[in-house]
Design a protein around this ligand. Structure first.
Ligand SMILES: Nc1ncnc2c1ncn2[C@@H]1O[C@H](COP(=O)(O)OP(=O)(O)OP(=O)(O)O)[C@@H](O)[C@H]1O
Ligand SMILES: [Mg+2]
Length: 267
């Protein structure tokens, strides 16, 4: 019987005859540079004058609902170009250089329904791989391999529409990981996942051999991050070591939460 690898092992498979992979728990560093980055949608300023140059392996992005986190995630992945200023990931402009971007960065959207295109799990997983230039047969093989690594071989022919929200999220994560980008951007990856799946995913992410950018409103989710950005109303309020920024963020959020006024959610 084929033994499937545990979900906790996201390391690339060594080719046969190659030595087993190194310990990837620290990840490979990446560099994010933003210079006066701004973005407006429909005439409304969503991101405003973001300035930072950060070397990281595990970067957290915190902020309240509507602060611009998901928008920044898309900008980092090059899916939206800023309308002012500049942003590079590992020295490359992801919006301009889409060919580089497909190898450099993978993004897990907050809403899996915005990510999934194909009717079955297997097709969804193979698609990104063919986009990267793999032949059809190899892409199918690698799609099956990633399913096996997550213990989900039985999902291959499943109709994505029949999966639960959390299960769809996992399909999207497998699709991103299968492409082995240097950096993964994870927009609220724990949202909607049950406790065991969240714990397994957290362990799996620690093993990711590249760098990661983890977006959440909850500091607990990003406890593993070495560096953290705090977005507030589309501006960068603070950037620095993870524990420092998360402590300041938590104190500010608890102070806000002590009030009764929900109206400050809309801006
Ligand atoms: N396509 C769009 N069209 C118009 N406004 C948008 C669009 N996308 C985002 N916005 C606005 O930009 C602001 C930031 O949204 P964004 O989704 O980036 O926030 P967020 O920090 O990810 O919030 P959440 O924690 O709720 O996911 C919000 O006020 C939102 O209404
Ligand atoms: Mg969001």
């Amino acid at each position: 019987m084929d033994r499937e690898r545990p979900m906790s092992d996201l390391r690339p498979q060594p080719a046969s005859g190659q030595a087993a992979g190194r310990d990837a728990s620290q990840g490979r560093p990446a560099r994010l540079e933003m210079s006066q980055l701004s973005l407006a949608i429909d005439g409304r300023r969503i991101l405003s004058g973001l300035d930072a140059a950060i070397d990281f392996t595990r970067l957290g992005v915190l902020g309240r609902n509507g602060s611009g986190k998901s928008t920044l995630a898309r900008v980092i992945a090059g899916l939206i170009a800023p309308d002012d200023g500049q942003i590079t990931l590992n020295g490359k402009d992801m919006a301009r250089d889409r060919r580089a971007a497909i190898l450099e960065v993978g993004i897990l959207f907050q809403n899996p329904d915005h990510q999934i295109i194909f009717p079955t799990v297997q097709e969804e997983l193979a698609f990104g791989l063919t986009q990267q230039g793999q032949g059809k047969r190899q892409a199918q093989e690698n799609a099956r391999a990633i399913l096996a690594r997550f213990g989900k071989s039985h999902w291959a022919e499943a109709a994505v529409s029949t999966l639960s929200h959390g299960q769809k999220h996992l399909v999207c994560l497998m699709a991103v990981v299968a492409m082995q980008p240097r950096v993964i951007v994870l927009d609220e990856p724990f949202a909607g996942l049950d406790i065991p799946t969240r714990m397994q995913l957290r362990r799996a992410l620690r093993q990711f051999p590249g760098a990661s950018i983890h977006i959440s409103h909850d500091p607990e989710d990003i406890a593993d991050c070495d560096t953290c950005l705090w977005l507030d109303e589309g501006t960068l309020l603070r950037a620095g070591p993870g524990p420092e920024v998360t402590a300041a963020y938590l104190a500010a959020m608890e102070e806000r939460g002590a009030g009764d006024d929900l109206s400050d959610l809309t801006r």
